[in-house]
Design a protein around this ligand. Structure first.
Ligand code: THU
Ligand code: ZN
Length: 187
């Protein structure tokens, strides 16, 4: 599964494919891959894409227990996951299997994700783009700024791909609603 997601990578700038798969307490798996944009600072790392996949599809009470990654996660992803991932998770890459709290022993802001993500559920069976944008905006993860943002991209086949603002304790790396909607378009 990890290799399947790595192969979906959209990396026209680096040609470097990364795959990630989040495993949860309910036994589900959510995959992701890196997505590069012309503005490379908007690049989504595979760990973030799999996290978005998890957020979009999770059930009440579901949280990540481990993540498989095709390469060691960078510092930015360690901060992102420890701030948003909930309880500690095992990170598997190559022959290594290390707790996130060991990869990043002193995360900025501590580990606070479990407070708000565990009960989060996203309904994506909406067909009105404006209503869906409002709905997604309301899902924003914004503990500090309270800033809300929503975006919906409609494709020619009338499918809606939504995104909202995902704030990290350290602000960077946060994810803006447009980038999240693009991610859902590619997932
Ligand atoms: N990349 C990831 O997907 N995860 C990481 O933690 C490190 C880097 C991606 C970003 C970019 O598309 C490519 O790898 C080269 O940096
Ligand atoms: Zn990263």
């Amino acid at each position: 599964m990890l290799e399947d997601f790595r192969n979906k990578s959209i990396a026209p700038k680096s040609n470097y494919k990364v795959g990630a798969v989040i495993h949860t307490n309910l036994g589900n798996k959510y995959g992701g891959f890196n997505i590069e944009f012309d503005k490379i600072e908007h690049t989504l790392h595979a760990e973030q894409t799999s996290y978005i996949n998890f957020l979009m599809n999770k059930s009440v009470g579901e949280y990540p227990t481990s993540i498989d990654v095709s390469a060691a996660p960078c510092g930015h992803c360690r901060q992102f996951l420890s701030s948003l991932g909930g309880s500690d998770m095992l990170v598997n890459f190559g022959d290594d299997s290390v707790l996130l709290s060991e990869l990043l022993p002193h995360p900025f802001g501590g580990c606070s994700g479990d407070v708000f993500i565990e009960d989060m559920v996203i309904d994506f069976n909406m067909d009105d783009p404006i209503e869906y944008t409002d709905y997604m905006m309301g899902k924003s993860i914004n503990k500090f700024t309270k800033f809300k943002g929503g975006c919906v991209i409609e494709t020619y086949d009338e499918t809606l791909h939504g995104g909202f603002f995902i704030e990290n304790d350290a602000f960077n790396p946060s994810i803006n609603p447009v980038v999240m909607a693009m991610c859902n378009l590619y997932l």
